[in-house]
Unconditional design. Structure first.
Length: 765
């Protein structure tokens, strides 16, 4: 590969004549806007590329045009992408246009280009050129060592959380010295900044970086070494950036420094598809481009080659409600196509049934399954669709994550239930005997394995026997005995209560749910939502045995059926993909837009959720099916729901409204319907007045925060106990009721302290 610094980079200043050679053949195939974007080669250019408008084609053709016209040689072009896949695709497309003339091109992700620069100048930032790049696990391990040396309780202040905090600072371009003291937060009682400083010092000692450093060190390199920055500014005659709306602050600063030389910066992006704010993306980067680069040319790519007019009009009408956007209107010369169908259903089960029937119908008409996608807002939603597709025998794949029953938290829960159902299940025993951590360590497990081999019995049976001997120390024997007693009690309970109640009790009393409730890992909330979804899945079966048998069959149904499969994924995972038919379930307030996004980010969070809806709609080429449910069963309890505000924002002329027969009354195509189920589309039903759904709707209508949030809450039947009443629990002993929440009681026990328990285990003395 050509080395751009084989000689003085100043030599390259006159190395690239600007006179065009001949008319490029690829220009004739571009539409007017695309050609304008390709030929605007001088000065800063912002290409606002709507969904399906040929963004990648413009980028690759522009890059080829620069080389073809001799404005720059490949090594004088910096082309930045966000994924390695996008970089490979761009390199292949450019090579198809102009052949092998791309040798030496600076093309890759921010991190790949950052490390290429950093290795050349490592000594200037305190490293050697052969520095190591640590992965996430190594980063966390290093932070644990630092925290241990500082005597910080890692259980209370997890190192993984600190790693996330540090990476967010790096995404903002902040070294330890630049982090405002006010940003120190509560982690380790305000010691996060000092730990960040120690972490960076330790990395330097190890001659190592993490991924955040690859750009952070480049920023330090450029700001502290004006001559180095000047070399790169002279070298890069042209800079091209893909997906600019997803750039974080550090990436933005890196680009801005390099572009100050020739100012031939072309950023391609779509402000309406900025959906990664939660991981540092700043939509403001693209919104202020013209302020950052005065005199910039702005080209809008609005002709869509993917979707029908109804789909584009619906997406454009929805996103027009966002204030933080530069504005564009997608259009196409395709036939009008089908209207978007918005269907109201009674519950999540009916929603999955409707989607399954529609997929079956399409497949009978020779519609390929791999051109069908079900896009959900939250991962836990896939469970009902997985079960329905399994029942129908329709092959599917989950993109961006494991299938529902393959997820860690579901496997753990199933292991508890398997062990109760079949105590000789050694694999289940080993999986959960110390999860959550309860002091049953490797030594104890080794002793159990030894006894099991000698006696020819299961690990559970070995445990029952070993606690009656002196093989284990007093503490280990006590901890193992407590676990075995729990399983003995749960086993007795299994014959007398519904299997869903058994599962709820086990997850509660084992401490497994509490483990994720107190976890500060970013994925904890999603795992809790999946745990809550497990009980409705179990409720569809008559008993525990039937459910476990069903799961075994699900796990056996791998992707052996071939490549033609329905795609299940979250909306975030769907960005950049396209399908003939897209199903968008769960368009209800609190689920979509997600209440957490609004609570954490307010209006900005709502606008990002709306952009996510826009992305979902524009994944479809021919048809879109949106569904919303009147009620959802969450954690085996029912909650009412109201339609997402995004449904009301869809242009009525692009939408056809349907409902289950006889459920909602007369659905009309203007988006309004009467309700018989405490639920409406585009209006308020007096049937719901006084209920929680009504109060949420009233608060929303007045622009206030929801008065009451019933999403993902659990209430059960009345326990029959009253506050202050004395009672007895078979595990915790005597106590007094402090709080009653359906069939859950908070009790102040005389000896065990305050506990939250299931009323079924409590008796009156």
């Amino acid at each position: 590969m050509t080395d751009p610094f084989a000689s003085d980079p100043l030599d390259y200043e006159e190395a690239a004549p600007s006179a065009p050679v001949r008319q490029a053949p690829w220009l004739d195939s571009l539409n007017e806007s695309q050609r304008a974007a390709v030929e605007a080669l001088d000065g800063p250019v912002l290409v606002l590329a709507g969904a399906g408008t040929g963004k990648t084609r413009v980028l690759t053709t522009r890059l080829a045009q620069i080389i073809h016209t001799n404005r720059a040689r490949p090594y004088q072009i910096l082309s930045v992408t966000f994924t390695n896949r996008a970089a490979r695709e761009m390199r292949e497309r450019v090579a198809d246009l102009i052949g092998p003339a791309t040798e030496g091109l600076w093309l890759g992700t921010f991190h790949a280009l950052g490390v290429r620069i950093l290795r050349r100048h490592a000594e200037l930032v305190g490293l050697k050129s052969n520095f190591t790049i640590l992965d996430t696990d190594d980063q966390v391990r290093l932070l644990k060592q630092l925290m241990e040396a500082e005597q910080i309780d890692e259980k209370r202040w997890p190192a993984r959380v600190l790693s996330g905090i540090i990476q967010r600072w790096k995404d903002r371009g902040l070294t330890p010295a630049k982090v405002p003291k006010a940003d120190g937060g509560e982690f380790a009682n305000g010691r996060a900044i000092d730990l960040y400083r120690q972490y960076q010092e330790r990395l330097a000692t190890l001659n190592a970086t993490d991924f955040g450093d690859l750009l952070l060190h480049c920023l330090t390199l450029f700001t502290d070494n004006a001559d180095v920055l000047a070399d790169y500014q002279r070298l890069f005659r042209y800079i091209l950036v893909d997906e600019y709306q997803d750039a974080n602050v550090a990436q933005y600063l890196w680009l801005r420094l390099l572009a100050q030389g020739h100012r031939n910066l072309c950023c391609v992006g779509d402000d309406d598809q900025s959906i990664y704010g939660w991981r540092g993306a700043e939509v403001g980067n693209i919104l202020r481009f013209e302020q950052d680069f005065p005199g910039a040319t702005v080209v809008r790519l609005e002709r869509n080659y993917r979707s029908t007019p109804h789909i584009l009009a619906a997406a454009s009408g929805l996103i027009a409600h966002n204030e933080g956007r530069l504005g564009k209107t997608l259009w196409t010369d395709m036939n009008e196509g089908e209207k978007l169908i918005v269907r109201g259903v009674w519950d999540g089960e009916e929603e999955a049934r409707y989607v399954g029937e529609e997929i079956e119908s399409l497949h009978r008409k020779k519609h390929r399954l791999d051109q069908i996608a079900v896009l959900v807002r939250a991962g836990f939603q896939t469970r009902e669709f997985e079960d329905r597709l399994m029942t129908l025998g329709i092959p599917y794949r989950v993109i961006g994550g494991p299938r529902f029953y393959e997820r860690e938290e579901i496997r753990d829960s199933l292991a508890y239930l398997r062990l109760i159902h079949q105590p000789d299940d050694d694999l289940a025993f080993e999986r959960i005997i110390n999860k959550p951590a309860r002091g049953v360590g490797k030594t104890t497990l080794q002793a159990l394995h030894g006894l099991a081999r000698i006696e020819g019995c299961s690990l559970f049976t070995a445990g029952v026997r070993i606690v009656e001997t002196d093989e284990l120390g007093t503490a280990a024997k006590r901890k193992l005995s407590a676990v075995l007693e729990d399983f003995r009690r749960w086993g007795q309970l299994a014959g007398g209560v519904p299997h869903t109640e058994l599962a709820a009790t086990v997850l509660d009393e084992s401490g497994y749910t509490e483990m994720w409730l107190t976890s500060k890992k970013p994925e904890a909330q999603g795992k809790l939502e999946n745990l809550k979804e497990l009980l409705p899945a179990m409720a569809e079966f008559a008993n525990l045995e039937g459910f476990l048998e069903h799961v075994s069959l699900v796990m056996e149904n791998t992707e052996a059926a071939g490549e033609d499969m329905v795609n299940l994924m979250t909306l975030h995972s769907a960005k950049g993909l396209e399908f003939e038919t897209v199903f968008l379930p769960g368009w209800e307030e609190e689920l979509f837009p997600h209440q957490r996004a609004i609570d954490e980010s307010g209006a900005a969070g709502l606008e990002e959720e709306r952009r996510l809806a826009y992305v979902g709609i524009t994944r479809a080429r021919k048809r879109v099916r949106i569904t919303h449910a009147a009620s959802r069963r969450v954690y085996n309890q029912w909650r009412s729901a109201i339609p997402s505000r995004f449904i009301d924002e869809l242009p009525p002329e692009c939408v056809e409204v349907t409902t289950d027969s006889g459920l909602y009354g007369s659905a009309r195509n203007d988006g309004l319907s009467e309700s018989r189920g405490g639920f409406t589309f585009g209006g308020v039903s007096t049937k719901t007045e006084g209920g929680p759904g009504w109060r949420r709707y009233q608060a929303h209508g007045k622009g206030q925060k929801y008065i009451e949030s019933t999403a993902y809450t659990v209430t059960g039947e009345d326990s029959g106990f009253t506050v202050g009443e004395r009672c007895f629990h078979q595990k915790f002993g005597m106590g007094a009721v402090r709080e009653v929440d359906g069939d859950k009681l908070t009790i102040a026990f005389d000896n065990a302290g305050e506990k939250r328990v299931v009323a079924a285990f409590v008796t009156r003395p």
